[in-house]
Design a binder for this molecule. Structure first.
Ligand code: FAD
Ligand code: MG
Length: 348
């Protein structure tokens, strides 16, 4: 009898141990899985380090499409198009998401004292940079467009979430802020599905979630503004951060040897001309990276660097036309310059 009880106990112990081993066995490190989707005029890609179903990617890209339907100036049916069409006529009710994007745009318009301006729409349409209609406009056309650009005129009815542009022809353009906002929403999408390690990439607007599965940080290349896409001047080592760049290389056309790029000066009405060729912002929220990269690019090296140093939790890399590279103090040790043709500029 004793023998039998002993045997039963042994079997139970064996099974329990096997069960515990089975359930606590660490998942083998999964190969990263990456899926891409064309939206927002660019390639959106999502890399995750855990096995996920196809539905995970389908849902994420559907979310991006949903935001595009609301925010795109290229779609007649979007909320932004509705607000712009009603300029000078009446206010338009918008969804909470569109409201938030406009709010963020207004915030950066104020922070940069209008160097970034969410009402830049008429000027963007006039130049048509990145479209087949790109051209150098007449001075008079530029002046007319400039007279319609003033973020301070945007009227908001917060209670009813209505937006009003008081002058006919005024137009909001969320192109410099919306990708960052959408990247942040994709991060929430991942986190609510228990995906804590991921890379969200909206056409170079990058948001990293957590670390790599082995605990090491991500290494993000900073685009060389003088070379084709995918050539880097250096590497930022980072975890749980967004890395967003703005530069002369992103969208442009050339005429008579002059490059006309897509970030416009709200003073001159022409592409911004200062010593900067590119700027990258490292921040927690991607919407801040997007808003700040365009703002800093428009403000120039000195003012841009002062602005970033004045903000908590935000760092930047600046690349000038003399191939000098500057980084903010908080990036020391986290940014390494790797391209031999660039030199580190004086740090402040
Ligand atoms: P950023 O520096 O972040 O932004 C530059 C863009 O901001 C410019 O292209 C202009 O739109 C605007 N801008 C210029 N100067 C200023 C300024 N001083 N202040 C504020 N804003 C300024 N591209 C397509 O080709 N086809 C599409 O159908 C299309 N749909 C899109 C839909 C959505 C919702 C969004 C967000 C983008 C879409 N795009 C599309 C891309 C868009 O046109 C811009 O090229 C892109 O958003 C610029 O991002 P960036 O990171 O390169 O530059
Ligand atoms: Mg931007």
């Amino acid at each position: 009898m004793k023998k039998r009880i002993g045997a039963i106990i042994a079997v139970v112990l064996l099974l329990t141990t096997a069960g515990v081993l089975l359930f606590t066995r660490r998942e083998p490190a999964a190969e990263p899985r990456r899926e891409s989707h064309f939206a927002l005029g660019t390639v959106v890609s999502l890399t995750v380090y855990r096995p996920v179903s196809q539905d995970f990617f389908t849902g994420a890209f559907a979310l991006v499409d949903e935001y595009e339907q609301k925010l795109s100036r290229n779609l007649e049916g979007s909320e932004i198009s509705a607000v712009n069409r009603a300029a000078g006529e009446g206010s338009v009710a918008v969804s909470p998401e569109t409201w938030d994007v406009i709010e963020e745009g207004l915030r950066y318009s104020r922070l940069s004292a209008g160097a970034f301006d969410i009402t830049i729409g008429p000027l963007v349409s006039l130049w048509g940079i990145g479209t087949e209609a790109a051209r150098v406009p007449e001075e008079r056309e530029i002046d007319d467009a400039l007279s319609l650009i003033d973020y301070q005129l945007v009227s908001q009815d917060e209670e009813n979430r209505r937006i009003y542009l008081p002058e006919p022809g005024m137009a909001l353009d969320p192109g410099a802020i919306a990708k960052g906002y959408i990247a942040d929403r994709l991060a929430e999408y991942c986190l609510t599905r228990d995906i804590g390690n991921a890379i969200i990439n909206l056409g170079g607007n990058i948001l990293t979630l957590g670390t790599k599965p082995d605990g090491s940080p991500y290494r993000i290349g900073i685009q060389d503004p003088f070379s084709p896409r995918g050539s880097y001047i250096g590497i930022v080592t980072t975890a749980d951060r967004s890395v967003v760049s703005s530069g002369v290389y992103e969208r442009f056309f050339e005429k008579e040897g002059i490059r006309y790029h897509h970030i416009l000066d709200t003073g001159t009405g022409r592409p911004v001309r200062n010593s900067l060729m590119g700027v990258s912002i490292i921040s927690e929220r991607s919407v801040d990276g997007d808003g700040l990269s365009t703002s800093v690019f428009a403000l120039g090296l000195k003012q841009g660097r002062d602005l970033i140093e004045s903000l908590d939790g935000v760092e930047a890399v600046f690349i000038t036309d003399e191939k000098k590279v500057y980084n903010t103090t908080g990036l020391t040790g986290k940014f390494s310059l790797t391209a031999p043709s660039f030199t580190a500029g004086d740090q402040p």
